[in-house]
Design a protein around this ligand. Structure first.
Ligand code: NCD
Length: 301
């Protein structure tokens, strides 16, 4: 059986680089299409909203010649009748060859893997992890910067609730980068992640002031995760904390990335800059997820 993916914390830099190399091969194949996953079925269980992650997983499976079943919200499923996640997973494991799951609860993908007889890929578990996003983020950064060693990467926004940075920061640590963590005081990254980064010997700077990060090689901007705040007043305090526009950037040309969706963190006037790569980044989700499917299904490549 192939390998699923719950968190990249289980992976070495070498394994990550192998997936990225396979993704580069997939990028060449994706337009012509292949049929190496012919006869295979991917089940996409999305208990939380998604545009890019779900559609790029579906596209990836279709480009590989496979088929997709699933749902994009728990509405209309037996969850409404009170079915547990464990039972849903045990059931769908009877139908498909691979499970991709997104769920609002941290740890849900791990739980799914425990109850599934199939490989499970985590497409985001609450504020926990988003490892497939991290792989496409790394793919995009390496595409533009080649070697990440010594590069300065600024992670900006909601570092408390955002799962993309919770996955990305420790993975970047394996690549020898320097990190600048930019967030309002209330949304600083959890201490346990800082301890983890420290173990990797990452040079790390924290600030609330975005202007201290504008000279970084990469600005990785994130959305304030409104839906994860315990109450609306707390959200209101930090909503709109950062906004990148051309005036703020001046003549600087950092690579500008964002996992999307954006709300108001990046002004539309930034979109035309050649270093604004967030839509290309979203596009890289297809070859990266093709590679993950090939690997999970044990198809070779
Ligand atoms: C992110 C997510 O779902 O965590 N979106 C994505 O998968 N590209 C980021 C977000 O929702 O802010």
């Amino acid at each position: 059986m192939g390998k699923g993916l719950i968190t990249l914390r289980d992976y070495s830099r070498k394994e990550i680089e192998e997936i990225l190399s396979l993704a580069r091969v997939m990028a060449r194949d994706q337009r012509t299409g292949t049929d190496i996953a012919k006869g295979k079925i991917l089940a996409a269980l999305f208990f939380e909203p998604s545009t890019r992650t779900r559609l790029s997983f579906e596209t990836a499976m279709l480009r590989l010649g496979g088929k997709v079943i699933g749902f994009s919200s728990s509405e209309g499923t037996s969850v409404g009748k009170g079915e547990t996640l464990a039972d849903t997973v045990r059931t769908v494991s009877q139908y498909a060859d691979l499970l991709v799951i997104r769920h609002p609860r941290e740890g849900a993908a791990q739980l799914a893997a425990e109850f599934s007889s199939l490989p499970v890929i985590n497409a985001g578990d609450g504020s926990g992890n988003h490892p497939t996003q991290t792989l496409l983020d790394l793919y995009t950064m390496i595409d533009h910067l080649k070697d990440l060693e010594g590069k300065e990467i600024a992670l900006v926004g909601d570092l408390r609730y955002g799962r993309t940075t919770h996955s990305l920061a420790p993975a970047l640590a394996l690549f020898g980068v320097k990190l600048i963590l930019v967030s309002p005081q209330e949304l600083r990254i959890k201490n346990e992640i800082k301890v983890e980064l420290d173990k990797h010997g990452v040079k790390l700077r924290e600030t609330e002031d975005i202007t201290e990060a504008l000279d970084a090689d990469v600005l990785y901007i994130t959305r304030i995760q409104k839906e994860r705040f315990p109450d609306a007043a707390e959200y209101a305090k930090v909503a709109g904390s950062y906004r990148i526009d051309r005036q703020l950037l001046g003549k600087r040309t950092p690579l500008i990335m964002h996992p999307l969706p954006r709300v108001d963190e990046i002004a539309a006037d930034v979109d035309d800059l050649v270093t604004a790569v967030y839509f290309e980044q979203a596009g890289n989700g297809v070859p990266v997820r093709m590679a993950l499917i090939v690997r999970a299904l044990g198809l070779g490549g």
